[in-house]
Ligand binder design. Sequence first.
Ligand SMILES: Cc1cc2nc3c(=O)[nH]c(=O)nc-3n(C[C@H](O)[C@H](O)[C@H](O)COP(=O)(O)OP(=O)(O)OC[C@H]3O[C@@H](n4cnc5c(N)ncnc54)[C@H](O)[C@@H]3O)c2cc1C
Length: 479
Amino acid sequence: MASTSTFRPNPNPCTNGVVSSPRRQFGSFAFESSTSLFGSKFLAGKSFSLSTRINRPEAVISASSRAFDVVIVGAGIIGLTIARQFLIGSDLSVAVVDKAVPCSGATGAGQGYIWKVHKTPGSDKWELAMRSHELWEMLADSIHDQGLNPLEVLGWKKTGSLLIGRTPGDSDLLKRKVQQLSEAGLQAEYLSGHDLLQEEPALMVGEDSSAAFLPDDCQLDAQRTVAFIENANRHFASKGRYAEFYHDPVTCLLRSGSHEEVEAVLTSKNTLYSKKAVIVAAGCWSGSLMHELLRESEILLDVPVKPRKGHLLVLENFNALQLNHGLMEAGYVNHQTISASGPFDHGQALSVSMTATMDAMGNLVLGSSRQFSGFSSEVDEPIITHIWKRAGEFFPSLKELPLSDFIKSRKVRVGLRPYMPDGRPVIGPVPGLSNVFLATGHEGEGLSLALGTAEMVADMVLGNPGKVDNAPFAVPGRC
Ligand SMILES: Cc1cc2nc3c(=O)[nH]c(=O)nc-3n(C[C@H](O)[C@H](O)[C@H](O)COP(=O)(O)OP(=O)(O)OC[C@H]3O[C@@H](n4cnc5c(N)ncnc54)[C@H](O)[C@@H]3O)c2cc1C
């Protein structure tokens, strides 16, 4: 399938940042062979080759210059689900580019709850969250209808979720939350301490304990889900509609003569021409990437997305505790539960909130921390101890066990959540660059909001009426 073509290279090579080139230049490439891997719809490049790299499947391609309808920067859950949406919902061709591989960003660390119990009906994100959950459930159902098991394919479990309070103040908050969720049409129950213990016998339940219970809430396994979406996307490679460029950071944008559109995305190895749209879904790196890409242009854009580091502790094949549901402490909602003003805080606004799930493999997954400590994804051991101690305050059986007993059967996951100061993702076109769209800033909800975000982005690009109001996520006034 591979073919070779040669072209006259762009006389304005991009060094860094935005480079302008007259749009006509695109047509000036002299192709000596027009047979490309993906057929005549695509422009073939110089020394075009299809290479299967070690550990990467055949859809990973090495080429010097290619054209696609849509180029997506970032292969986290947001970028990959956007690619999926274009592939299943249109006839456009899609390239996904990543500086590393899927799951190397925040996505690989995600705990996997896509719950509604901690969300607020009527908030800016509510409609998007509801639509996204609906789409996740439809995906799980479609997998089931194909005779496959969503538990195996996605790590999909309808465990229900419990938002747990331990004070009279929490109890009032949870009663109000249950009322709001019920009024929004969800099945929601307020549980007293007694009822909570029936649902979750492993919990330490005091006289002021209570919970909001959403029996229909679901969870997935981020890594299984990403693998499923990647494989599904790759089916379109043989139809000439999909390609991946991994270990290939984006370095530059090439603008058209009109200056209002980006014509191509330059990576460390490739020039990827985009006929319709460029989507930047680079998680917490989106701000610095856009800053770098637009550095020498007249466009003023400051995407204030910041890395918010999170740790998760995974205890493999854990038998000392069984959970019937997914659990989260009520304080998670404000992300401020424990202010660890200890020696390891260093002004990072460190907080640790108890979250607990059992994953599809029977591992106990305990979360989670939040801190602002730059782009480092090193494991901070004191934070793991903190997560363990916090979990011990909810589960007496854990309190009795030293964490050092699990040194061989534990894993730590660290990820950098894309944090937006106003708490809303940024989804929409960049002012001044009409074919460039941002889709980032989902902080701790990227898994949960992914399918709704993907649908929103595709609808914007395709000019379809949106299912959800996109105004709260627009770029102007926020970046
Ligand atoms: C500990 C933890 C637990 C979480 N639990 C949950 C949960 O239970 N439920 C939930 O909904 N959410 C959860 N989240 C949040 C969720 O994981 C994120 O919101 C989501 O993964 C963000 O996805 P993304 O695609 O925007 O970013 P990422 O997954 O970070 O992907 C961005 C990609 O962009 C690539 N990139 C960056 N720069 C470049 C460049 N120059 N060129 C090319 N590629 C580039 C990166 O390599 C990366 O692969 C959790 C996060 C953490 C850290």
